[in-house]
Design a binder for this molecule. Sequence first.
Ligand code: HAM
Length: 447
Amino acid sequence: MATLKVQRPKGTQDVVPSQMYKWNTVEGIVKDTASAYGFREIRIPTFEDTALFVRSVGDTTDVVQKEMYSVTAKGDADFSLRPEGTAGTIRALIENGILNEGFPQKVFYVLSCFRHEKPQAGRLREFHQFGVEMAGTKDPRADAEVISLAKSIIDTAGLRGIKLFINSIGCPECRAKYHAALKEYFAGRADELCDTCRGRLEKNPMRILDCKSPVCSEIAEGAPVILDYLCEDCREHFEKLQQYLTAMDIKFEINPKIVRGLDYYTKTVFEFVTTDIGAQGTVCGGGRYDGLIETLSGKPCPALGFAMGLERLILTMEKQGLDFAAEDTCDIYIASMGDAASVKAMQMCAELRADGVSAECDVVGRGLKAQMKYADKLGAKFSVVLGDSELESQTAELKNMQTGEKVTLPIDERFKAAFNAMLISHMLSAEEIEEPFDELESGDITD
Ligand code: HAM
């Protein structure tokens, strides 16, 4: 029969087992930090009604116009794979009545997103976001709190040189005046704009500012900036946010060019950017979206949030040579020779695993030498060899695979307790080995 060779779709990634520890480290950091700030996890569907994204992300955005994966299955309505997490999360908060349970509501998520973009380093067609959304407060303290959460994650990961840029893109009131100014500016060079942007000129000229085409970006360079058009309320909100950030010792730069690529934003927008991973250096982006919940038929309710690209976070950590939490390795490998010993090995493994120990034995039929080589490859902390003489004496030598030290242990019902004691002392001595390095790192050595 003819064989079929299939490769993964362009712009997607496999995370192979040997790399999972990086993802586990980063997901651990984001979840722990979000929980420490009082955010609760939410899970939402991978696909939603296309209309949800068209209304919230916006029908003139690149995401909706060019990048969505939309499907119709067997006569169903039009669905799209989520290009981001905010719209679905807000839909879920409304649909499940969570916004009636008191304010603020604070949720976080880790999810895959899909955008049909041109793949490059840090830009994928399937990528993963950690995001948070807070609903029910228009207070600028909430903006500072959410930014501080993103900053804590960046600090806990150990990332260096990440810049925080903030801006305000105003409310519908100031936006109207700004749109008029933008229209006037772009109208003068309308024939140079790409086809999509010419269409945006009437409907939503702000979207021309984040068009990826080189000509449009060059024209956008000289466009009026929103900060010059803010109403009193938006200006005050922005000033208070800056005061709070300063008080929290969070360094920022005002960048009036940040408008974000999604339509739902109002007032505060922000991005954390690194220069270490090439052109796609925005590791986190977010802001306020005070009108979105109402647009999606909820009661009017201000809200805000951000999302971080997990691939970009990991890439930056790798580029900066940062540590990820060590991969969990096998605690004990039980090698065996002969049928009876192999049954005993399986029985001991089952008993140890019931106690939470990671135990492995031969399931391939290898000889003893090959089994020990495999145990080495697994990075097993300890090993035991069982054969006829061990079964007869009901004792076996437990070998510390790192030091080569051996102790004789009973292999009857006492083995579990004895092994657990060995494992604990092994872990303690591993910590002792790490200590001097910890001291060096936190000591007075400067770069
Ligand atoms: P966004 O800026 O479109 O915002 O995406 C957030 C983050 O996702 C980006 O900063 C980047 O790290 C990552 N990202 C975006 N596109 C890609 C891609 N093609 N490949 C790899 N990583 C990517 C949002 O999605 C908003 N929902 C954020 C938000 C939440 N605002 C308020 N709440």
